[in-house]
Design a protein around this ligand. Structure first.
Ligand SMILES: Nc1ncnc2c1ncn2[C@@H]1O[C@H](COP(=O)(O)OP(=O)(O)OP(=O)(O)O)[C@@H](O)[C@H]1O
Ligand SMILES: Nc1nc2c(c(=O)[nH]1)N=C(CO)CN2
Length: 203
């Protein structure tokens, strides 16, 4: 006998869908059962840096289809890519998330969070209340300038690699190798752990 799914059905004009068909459709929609792991870098060098990083983490957790799985220690870091002394120091951290959102939606969500924290874009690598960068999304590799994966400069940024290593010592940066090796190559200059500060993993 064929099993039918009538769950939640209140409209008698709607034909019941065979349970086998429901199962097949669900199985084909891999996103339902197959959340992907993504690594996100957070940075702030304006305003209340710790509060803003925590706010961004909480906002990520509030995203439908996304769960924050790990939050790194906080690092105080010298601004990278600009003249020494030209900007306040950053607080940086990395979070690992599991998400059913595709990469483009994750980017959009990150940008919405940047806007919510009044991020202003004036100059390249200018000071900012919050920066949300997608470091890696599963093992996806893409050279799309709108969303390059992995992040094209992650492998040369100790402010990304050091906190990433803390939450996942075995991590690999797709196309570049173990995070531990990349970090050993570039060193930890200008990247200081702030053991006196802590970010919370949302409940
Ligand atoms: N992996 C990625 N994560 C976030 N943004 C990305 C990524 N790849 C490409 N982009 C694009 O980069 C654009 C500029 O981003 P943003 O202003 O945050 O750069 P930045 O943080 O100042 O510098 P950097 O890219 O070196 O970290 C974004 O509008 C986005 O479309
Ligand atoms: N220390 C540090 N330097 C930066 C950072 C950052 O998060 N931390 N982000 C930048 C653009 O993404 C440019 N330079």
């Amino acid at each position: 006998m064929t099993a039918f799914s009538t769950e939640g059905q209140s409209d008698p004009t709607v034909q019941p869908v065979p349970a086998a068909v429901v199962e097949q459709v669900d199985a084909a929609d891999v996103t339902l059962s197959n959340p992907k792991r993504a690594v996100i870098s957070l940075g702030s060098n304006l305003g209340n840096r710790l509060e803003t990083l925590q706010g961004a983490i909480d906002a990520l957790e509030d995203t439908p289809g996304l769960r924050v799985k790990a939050v790194s220690p906080v690092y105080e870091t010298e601004p990278w890519g600009v003249d020494p002394g030209s900007q306040p120091s950053y607080f940086n951290a990395v979070v690992v998330v599991k998400t059913t959102l595709p990469p483009s939606s994750l980017l959009e969500r990150g940008q919405a969070i940047e806007e919510a924290f009044d991020r202003v874009r004036e100059e390249r690598w200018g000071p900012r209340t919050i920066d949300v960068d997608i470091v890696a999304y599963a093992d996806v590799v893409s050279d799309d300038p709108l969303l390059t994966l992995p992040h094209p400069r992650a492998h040369e940024r100790a402010f990304v690699l050091a906190p990433w290593y803390d939450v996942d010592p075995e991590a690999q940066l797709p196309g570049s190798g173990p995070v531990a090796d990349l970090l050993a190559d570039i060193g930890r200059d200008g990247v200081l752990p702030r053991a006196d500060l802590e970010l919370r993993l949302p409940e």
